[in-house]
Design a protein around this ligand. Structure first.
Ligand code: S3P
Length: 172
C-alpha cells in the first residue's frame, strides 16, 4: 500500500476528508500541521509569531520527509503551503505515494475560511475584502505546485462522503 497524500489550499477540507477516508479504509491519518505542533510543542500560530514563516517552512519540510520515511501505511494531510516550498512538490510524484489535489473554487474557499481564519496566521488579521483578494491571487500562484499531484478531485458542492467516494474510486 502506498502512502496517500492529500493536498490543497487552506479550507479545501483536507483534514475532514482525510479523517473520513481514514475511518473507511482503516489507514491511520497523520496531519502534518499537528505533527509539527506536537514536535515543537507550540501551535502553528506560535511558531509563526516566535520564529517566522521561513522557520515554519523548514519544520514543515523536515516533518514531511519524516512522515514519508516511515514504513507504516498512512494518509498524510499536508498544510496548504507544503507543496509550494523547499521543492516539496517534487515529492508528490514519488512512486511510493498517491498524491491527490483537493481542488476548490475561490468561492468555496472564501465561504469556509471566513469563519475559520483565527488559527491560520496568513489570513488571521484580514478583513473580508482583503481575504477574497488574497485567496484569489494566492490560489493562482499556488496552483502550479498543486498540479504536481498525481490526481485531482474537485470538492465544490460535494458532501465529504462524496469526495471520499471519489478518492476510493481513484485508489481502487
Ligand atoms: C498554511 C496552511 C495551514 C498551515 C499554515 C500555513 C499555508 O494549513 O500549514 O498556517 O501556507 O497555506 P491548512 O491548509 O491546514 O490550513
Amino acid at each position: 500500500m502506498k502512502k496517500i497524500i492529500l493536498l490543497g489550499y487552506m479550507g479545501c477540507g483536507k483534514s475532514t476528508i482525510a479523517q473520513n477516508l481514514s475511518k473507511v479504509t482503516n489507514i491511520p491519518f497523520l496531519d502534518l500541521d499537528n505533527c509539527i505542533e506536537k514536535k515543537a510543542n507550540l501551535s502553528i500560530n506560535e511558531i509563526f509569531e516566535q520564529f517566522g514563516e521561513i522557520h515554519f517552512r523548514k519544520l514543515e519540510h523536515e516533518m514531511f520527509l519524516e512522515l514519508l520515511q516511515s514504513s507504516e501505511n498512512s494518509i498524510i494531510g499536508l498544510g496548504g503551503g507544503t507543496p509550494c516550498y523547499a521543492n516539496n512538490h517534487e515529492l508528490l510524484k514519488r512512486e511510493d505515494v498517491t498524491s491527490i489535489y483537493l481542488k476548490a473554487s475561490i468561492d468555496t474557499l472564501y465561504n469556509r475560511l471566513i469563519h475559520n481564519k483565527s488559527k491560520r496566521p496568513l489570513i488571521a488579521n484580514m478583513n473580508e475584502e482583503e481575504m477574497r483578494e488574497f485567496i484569489a491571487k494566492h490560489l493562482f500562484d499556488r496552483s502550479y505546485y498543486y498540479h504536481h499531484a498525481q490526481h485531482k478531485v474537485s470538492v465544490d458542492g460535494k458532501a465529504v462522503e462524496e469526495t471520499v467516494q471519489d478518492i476510493l474510486e481513484l485508489l481502487a
